[in-house]
Design a protein around this ligand. Structure first.
Ligand code: NDP
Length: 458
């Protein structure tokens, strides 16, 4: 057992888990994320129990350095004043400036911000680049908003956020609901208020003003580089396999592009309403036109490809996970795959699951996959290509220079290969076999713990 409290023998770890549950009782996603990590770390904790307890290392790692919450007032197209809540969680700056995306979605709350910020510390450590962990966003719903409303919201959000960020302090980027358009409005307002062209304060910028080539593609491409490495280490070829991808946003689209170029056939993609199935392989140009250009619903795929099928979501299992495939790539949102869905996926004969989204599988689903020998690429490691390339964008901004698409892509590939190597080595060292979930957590934790010890009790 790796992510379940019942097998835990470390008294210190038990106390910490109890403390987290008590102190954050109204934050289920945060409790879920910390439990998944801490339980898998038990063998490391047992080795250093006394020292970690003395330094309150685990208590400190689960407590954000700072949480900023603020009011975001803006005026809609009808002249009405709207109020949203903004967040920035500066979770852990030990390894570098806080770094992590901004999410705009009505489900955003403190629990979701904290789980994402916590995961980000570990993910960023695995990239081996100098970035700490943070996350932010708002419960603002971008769906159905006009361009003007999006701009007004972003400007108001930045009026407050700018007090807390900077290229050496905290560097936000995109996440659900935040792409190049939103980053552009946020950057413009930062520049206006601060009267400085501080390119490195945000990543995911447009290519004309400091953005990096291959940043848009990076999370999805990185996911597939990781998947290819993981399969190869288990003597399986990606070429010729079928895949399904939940979501049709930034991560999903570029996972599909890379999967296809590496020889896999993606037969289904989805959005929050339902999924499309195309047995001939998804035509990604059609998806890009629907999602990147028109921001419309995925169902419209059938207008261009009438031979495809559409399945509406109407049960606890999103329709896409009923479709058989070798490789399952959840790239939408957290807790997309629960135990019931995991059972269907295993029964359908899947070989591997690659988490493009953050925490797309519940802890029970992860256990089930591992018990059933499904190769599982954990999000912290497998979707780290996005933040890694954001760090490369910061490097280019500092140098006032740019790298070609091929240069950035080859650095991304090298970083993903190295992340897989770290996960594999740590899993091997602690007898976790092919449990790369534990491998990722251990490899990242050791790096953060060492740096936190060096910097004293802060
Ligand atoms: P986008 O906003 O571009 O796309 C999100 C996709 O997920 C959409 O297709 C959306 O459908 C779908 N979706 C389904 N259910 C939900 C739901 N309940 N809440 C939100 N979205 C839902 O986001 P990204 O592709 O950027 O992010 C996808 C996942 O990847 C997230 O978990 C994010 O944290 C993670 N991630 C993103 C990185 C990045 O670089 N962008 C980096 C690392 C991780 P609909 O349009 O119907 O809402």
């Amino acid at each position: 057992m790796t992510i379940c409290e019942c097998g835990i023998t470390s008294e210190y770890l038990k106390e910490v888990l109890e403390g987290i549950a008590k102190r954050n009782s109204n934050e289920p996603e945060f409790i879920q994320a910390t439990k998944e990590v801490l339980c898998s770390l038990e063998p490391v904790i047992l080795k250093h129990e006394e020292e970690y307890r003395r330094l309150a290392l685990l208590e400190r790692i689960v407590e954000p350095e700072r949480i900023i919450t603020f009011r975001v007032p803006w005026i809609d197209d009808n002249g009405n004043t709207q109020v949203n809540r903004g967040y920035r969680v500066q979770f852990n700056g030990t390894l570098g400036p806080y770094k992590g995306g901004l999410r705009l979605h009505p489900s955003v709350n403190q629990s979701i911000m904290k789980f994402l910020g916590f995961e980000q510390i570990f993910k960023n450590a695995l990239t081996c680049l100098p970035i700490g962990g943070g996350k932010g966003g708002s419960d603002f719903d971008p769906k159905g908003k006009s361009d003007m409303e999006i701009m007004k919201f972003c400007q108001s959000f930045m009026n407050e956020l700018q007090k807390h960020i900077g290229q050496d302090v905290d560097v936000p980027a995109g996440d659900i609901g935040v792409g190049a358009r939103e980053i552009g409005y946020l950057f413009g307002q930062y520049r206006r208020i601060r009267n400085t062209f501080e390119a490195g304060v945000l990543t995911g910028k447009g290519l004309d003003y400091g953005g990096s080539l291959a940043r848009k593609e990076a999370t999805g491409y990185g996911l597939m580089y990781f998947m290819r490495e993981m399969l190869a280490a288990n003597k399986i070829e990606l070429r010729g396999k079928t895949a399904i991808i939940s979501g049709s946003g930034n991560v999903a689209i570029y996972a599909c592009e890379k999967a296809t170029s590496l020889g896999a056939k993606v037969v289904a993609m989805s959005d929050s309403s339902g999924c499309i199935y195309d047995e001939n392989g998804i035509n990604l140009d059609v998806i890009k036109e629907i999602k990147e250009e028109r921001r419309a619903r995925i169902k419209e795929y059938l207008n261009v490809v009438p031979s495809a099928k559409y399945f509406e979501n109407n049960s606890s299992t999103p329709a896409i996970f009923n479709i058989k495939a070798d490789i399952i790539l959840p790239c939408a949102t957290q807790n997309d795959i629960n135990l019931e869905t995991a059972k269907k996926i295993v029964a359908n004969g899947a070989i591997a699951v690659g988490e493009g989204a953050n925490m797309p599988c519940t802890n029970e689903a992860i256990e089930y996959f591992l018990e059933n020998k499904i190769l599982l690429a954990p999000g912290k490691a497998a979707n780290a290509g996005g933040v890694a390339t954001s760090a490369l964008e910061m490097s280019q901004n500092s140098m006032r220079y740019f790298w070609t698409f091929e240069e950035v892509d080859s650095k991304l590939e090298m970083i993903m290969k190295n992340i897989f190597k770290l996960c594999k080595q740590a899993a091997k060292e602690y007898n976790y076999g092919t449990n790369y979930v534990a491998g990722a957590n251990i490899a990242a934790f050791r790096k953060i713990a060492k740096a936190m010890k060096s910097q004293g009790i802060i």
